[in-house]
Write a protein that binds this ligand. Structure first.
Ligand SMILES: NC(=O)c1ccc[n+]([C@@H]2O[C@H](COP(=O)([O-])OP(=O)(O)OC[C@H]3O[C@@H](n4cnc5c(N)ncnc54)[C@H](OP(=O)(O)O)[C@@H]3O)[C@@H](O)[C@H]2O)c1
Length: 258
């Protein structure tokens, strides 16, 4: 699915995991800011089609890209597909993530690898592909990836997920140095922002207040920070925490298990 025709004078961003939840909010906000948005999804096709239609209504053009980011070849091909459709790509926001529970007792290589592929490896491959694409155009751009306040506030839950995000946080300055001056690389680390299948709305509302500021992040806070990171040309190699200060507190369990 795709709408209108690309305008090569306008900026284009690929947002992964943009069918639902935070990825969709980021896609819509960037479209409202004039970006042409490539909407990536894996399973949520109907939701992603709606994101494309809504982005196109805001910015004039948007298109849909299916890819399983656990698959290396599929992931390597994604940014060239976006570049072929829009003629140019200026930025990537990697919001897609696998978030499956394990801990020290249930840990397996299999689940660790799945998290590493979709949450860490895909972000690195997309940054590398953006760099190659921008080098051909002699242009500059940015990659923003979504991290998590729990890296600064560890608990025993979601071991493989946390390792995958910790690896991406460690990769942020490494990529920023390797890809400079062409690509800036910035992490954005939300606190508890949306309820999940493991957390009903009442429990979410209680936990959202558990921070030094009395509120964790809202989707609007996260979106504003992603936009700031994309548009501020002097930021690279660092992570912006957007969590009401939750990373400064100690929690014994993951929010979804509290
Ligand atoms: N929500 C929060 O409160 C919160 C807190 C801290 C950090 N974060 C971070 O912020 C980001 C967005 O959070 P979220 O809650 O919106 O995420 P989410 O709902 O858990 O996942 C977003 C999307 O990731 C996609 N995805 C997962 N594995 C994939 C794969 N192998 N290939 C392609 N796509 C894949 C799925 O797309 P399909 O549905 O199309 O398959 C899913 O809809 C994540 O990186 C998360 O770690 C979120």
């Amino acid at each position: 699915m795709s709408t209108a025709s690309p305008d090569s004078t306008r900026r284009t961003v690929l947002v992964t995991g943009a069918g639902r939840r935070l990825g969709r909010e980021i896609a819509l906000a960037l479209a409202a800011g004039g970006w042409q948005v490539a909407v990536h999804y894996r399973n949520s096709r109907a939701d992603a089609e709606k994101t494309v239609a809504d982005c196109a209504a805001l910015s004039g053009d948007s298109a849909l890209f299916e890819a399983d980011l656990e698959d290396e070849q599929v992931t390597r091909a994604l940014l060239p597909r976006v570049a072929a459709r829009f003629r140019s790509v200026d930025a990537v926001v990697h919001s897609a993530a696998l978030f499956e529970h394990d801990d020290a007792a249930s840990f397996s290589y299999a689940l660790m690898e799945r998290h590493a592929r979709s949450n860490t490896g895909a972000a690195i491959l997309l940054a590398q592909a953006l760099h190659d694409h921008l080098a051909r155009r002699d242009a500059q751009g940015a990659v923003v990836h979504l991290l998590d306040q729990k890296l600064w506030n560890p608990n025993p839950d979601f071991l493989s997920y946390t390792l995958s995000k910790a690896a991406l946080e460690a990769a942020t300055p490494m990529l920023a140095l390797a890809l400079a001056p062409r690509v800036r690389v910035v992490g954005v680390a939300p606190g508890l922002t949306l309820p999940s299948h493991m957390l009903d709305d009442d429990k979410f509302a209680q936990l959202h207040k558990l921070s030094p500021l009395g509120r964790s992040s809202t989707p609007a806070d996260v979106v504003a920070t992603v936009k700031f990171a994309l548009e501020n040309g002097s930021i690279t190699g660092t992570t912006l925490l957007v969590d009401g200060g939750q990373h400064l507190m100690k929690f014994e369990r993951d929010f979804s298990l509290m």
